[in-house]
Design a protein around this ligand. Sequence first.
Ligand code: ATP
Length: 853
Amino acid sequence: MSWRTELDRAYQDFRRAQSHLDRAGELIDRQRAALPAPDATAPAQAELAALLTQAARRLAPGYLSEPLETVPADTPMRGHPASGTVHVRVGTAEPVPGVEFPVVVPLLGAGHLVVDGDAADPRVAGLLRSVLLRSVAAVPRLSIRLVDGVTLGQAFTSAAPLVAERITEPTATDGAGLERVLDLAEAHVHEVQRGRNDGVAAADLPLSLVIVAGLPPQTSRAVRARIAALAHAGPLGRLHLVLAGWRDDRHEPAPAIEHAAYLTVGDDHGHRLTRLPVPLRLDPAPPPQVEKRVFGSLTTAYRRETSIDVADLMPEDHWRESSVTGLSTVVGRDARGAVELRLDDATPHWLIGGRTGGGKTVFLLGVLYGLAARYGPRELALYLLDFKEGVSFTEFTPSDRDPSWIPQVRAVGVESDREYGNAVLLALRGELTRRASAMKRAGVTKLADLRRHSPDRSLPRIVAVVDEFHVLFAGNDRLAREAAGHLEELARKGRSYGIHLILASQTISGVEALYTKRDSIFGQFPMRIALPGARHVLDHLNTAAETIRLGQAVVNDGGGVTGFDRLIQFPDVTADGERLAGLRHALWRLRDPDSAPPNVFAGYAEQHLVEDPRFPSLAPAPGPGRALLGRGVDTDISTVSVALDPVPGRNLAVLGTDPAGADVLHAAVVGLGRQHAPGRAVFLLVPLIGPASDVCRDAADALVAAGHKPEVVNASDLADRLTDLVEFRPQPGPVYLTVFGGDAAGPVWGTAGQKAFQRLLRHGPAHGYHLLGWWRGLRRFIDDIGGGPAREDVACLLALNVPGGELGAFIGNAALEYQPRQNRALLIDRHDNTTKLTVPFRRPDRADEEPAW
Ligand SMILES: Nc1ncnc2c1ncn2[C@@H]1O[C@H](COP(=O)(O)OP(=O)(O)OP(=O)(O)O)[C@@H](O)[C@H]1O
C-alpha cells in the first residue's frame, strides 16, 4: 500500500474517532441532565438510620436485637425485666441502598407476631429460630411451647437441650399435639387471670410464648378459632404467639389475630411488616455455636434455679404458727417461687395421686415435716396411716436406734390392717362429735371461736394422712362400707371442726373407689396433687400431669379442672436424712416432757406379752384372773384379754393350726401366774402334741419361777385327772386346765375322759375351774365339746387360721366376717357379744423354724 493510501485511511479513522467522541460527549451531557442532582438528604438518612438503630437497641437490648453472628459471648442473659414490653428483632430494613436499621416488634408483654409463610420456607424457619433464641436468652422464667406441623419439628431441632432439660416439651407436630399446647396455653391464661384477681404483681405472673412454625395439615376451623381467641386474651393473659403459616386457605380466610404485627414474606428484599412502609430482610437463623452456647447456659441456670432442698420447705423458727384459721406449709416451688398449700376452709382436704415410685411418700414426708416444724402440738395433731408394705411413717416414731419422735404424732399405722384404719377413723369421728357438742354448748359455730372460748382446752387441728387409702375399700365388704362411712363423715364435716384428710393413692381404682362412694366424697377434696403417673386425680380433661417427671407435681386447688394447675418442683427430703433427723430431734426436745410417744401399730410386728404395758403391773390379787391373749388392732393397741370369772361358759378355746396357738396359751398362763399369789391358783398343763411340749415346759418353768407348783399331766393320765377334777373339790383359788393340742385327746381320754371333760366345761367355771385349750381343728373341737349345742360352754374363742364361714356357722352368726391371715386372730366373746381383731402374743424366744402357717 502507498503512503498516500495509508494517510487517507488514518484520516478516516481519526474522523470516525472524533465523531464517536463527540457522540459520547453528547450522550454524557444528555445523561447527566437526566440524573438527579446529588442527594442533599443522604446524610440525614444515614443519621435517621443510626437513630433508629439506637432506638431499636434501647428497646431491644442485648440478645433481643444484636446481630446473632456477632453477638459477644458475654452479653448478659435473662436480664430483661419480667414486666413491660419486650421487643424482639425480626430483620433489617434497608430503605435505600447502604442505609439500614434493625426492625424490632413488640412481642412479650404486648402482642403477637403473625407470618404468612411457614417454616417450610427456610427464611421463615431461620427467623423463628432467631426469635426463639432471642426471647429465651433475654427474658427470665419464660415458658416456651413449640409447634411445627409442617417440617415434623425440624424447625426447632436446635432447641433439643431445652427439651432434654424439660424447660420446654418436645415440639408438637400433629393436630393432637397442637390441641394439647392450646389446652396448656388456655390453662396458662386462666392461671394468670386468677393471679391478677388475687392481686399478684404482673412481674410475678408467669409469661408464656407459643411459637407455631406452621399448622398441621387439616387444622380445623375450630382450632383456628381457639388460636384466635387465645390471641385475643393473650396480652392480658401474658401469653404471646408467634404464628407462622397463618394464611387463608382455599376454603376460608384465616381468622384475624388481634394485637399482632403481620409479616408478609415476599421475594428476598420484599418482606413487609404491617405499618412499616419499607421492605425488610428477615433475620437469618442463628449460628449453631451461638444456639449451643445460649441454650447450654440456660439449662445450667435452670437446673440451679429449680433445685430445691429440704431447707426450702422449713420455717426459720419452730412452732411459731397458729392454726386458728388453718394450716399452711411450703411444699415446693414453681416459677414464681415458694409454693405454700393450705388446709383450711377453702381446701380442707387433699387428694394425692402418683404411680408407685412417683414420689408420693417423699412428698408426704415433706408436708409432714413442714407442718410439724411450723405448728406445735397444741396447734396440730397428726394421725398417719399407711396401708402398703414399707416404712413410710416409722421415722416419726421411737425405735431402739433413735428414741425420738415427732411430738404432734398421735398414732401411726404402718402396714396397717383395714381394721386399724377404721379404728383410727372412728376415733376421729368421735373427736369430731366431741368438738361439735362442745361448740354447741359454747354457742359458737367456728373452731376458732371455740378455741377463744375455751383457751385451756386442747383443740389442735387434726390432720389424718392415709397413704394407699384404696386398701380401705378393698373387698367391698362391711369394713369397706364402714371406711366409706367414716371418710364421708370426716370429709363432709371435718372442715368445720378442724379435722383434715390427706388421702393418697397410687391406683386409679383407689380414686374411683372414692368416686363411686355415696354422693361422691370426691367433691370434698378441692385440692388435688398429681405426681407422675397420676392423671386420675385431676379432671379427666386435664392432661397437665401427663408429662411431669419425678420431683415435679401438678397442684390444683380447683378440684382438678384445667386452669387451676401449678407445676411445682419438690425436693427429695429423704436425700438428706441427717438434716431430717436433726429436725426431728430438735422438735422432740421442744416437746412437753410429760407427753406420750405416739401409738404405733406396725402390722408386720409380732406382739410379746413381756412388752405389753399391762404386764409389769400384773400382781397377785384375790378373785378371778384375766387371760392376756394379745394386742388389739385398735387406736390404743389395747391389751386383749378375757376375764375368767366364776360364771358358766368362761372357758377359752384357741382354734386353728397356726402354731401361734401354743404361744397364746403360754402367754395366758404366764399372765395368770402373775395375778395369783403362789398357792392361790392351780395350774394343770397338758401337752398332747409333740410340737407343743416345749411351749408347755416353758410355761411350767415360768409358773415355777413365779412361785407356783404347776402340774404337767401326761396324755395317759388325762382321763383319770379329768374324772377327779369334776368332783369340783374346793380349792385355794381358781383351777386352770391348759390343754396344748386338744384335738389329739380323742384317742387318749376315752369316753369317760370326754364325758368328764364336757362336764368340766359346763359346770367348772361356776366352781372356778376353767379350760384354756388349743385345738388345731374346729371340727374336732366341736366333737370334743359335745357338738354345736354345747358351744355355750365355751364363751371365749380365739380363732387363728379358721375360715370365717366355718366360724360363723359354729357360733350361729352367718354375718361374721373374718379373713384369717398371718399374725392375726379373732377373739369372740359370746358373753359380751363382741369380736376383736387381735395380734396374738408370740413367745419372743421361740425357735425360728416352725411349721408353715
Ligand atoms: N423430689 C424428688 N427428687 C428426686 N428424687 C425423688 C423425689 N421424690 C422421690 N424421689 C425418689 O423416687 C423414689 C421413689 O419415691 P417414693 O418412695 O416417695 O415413691 P412412692 O410414690 O411413695 O412409691 P411407692 O408407692 O412405691 O412407695 C425414691 O428413691 C426417691 O428418692
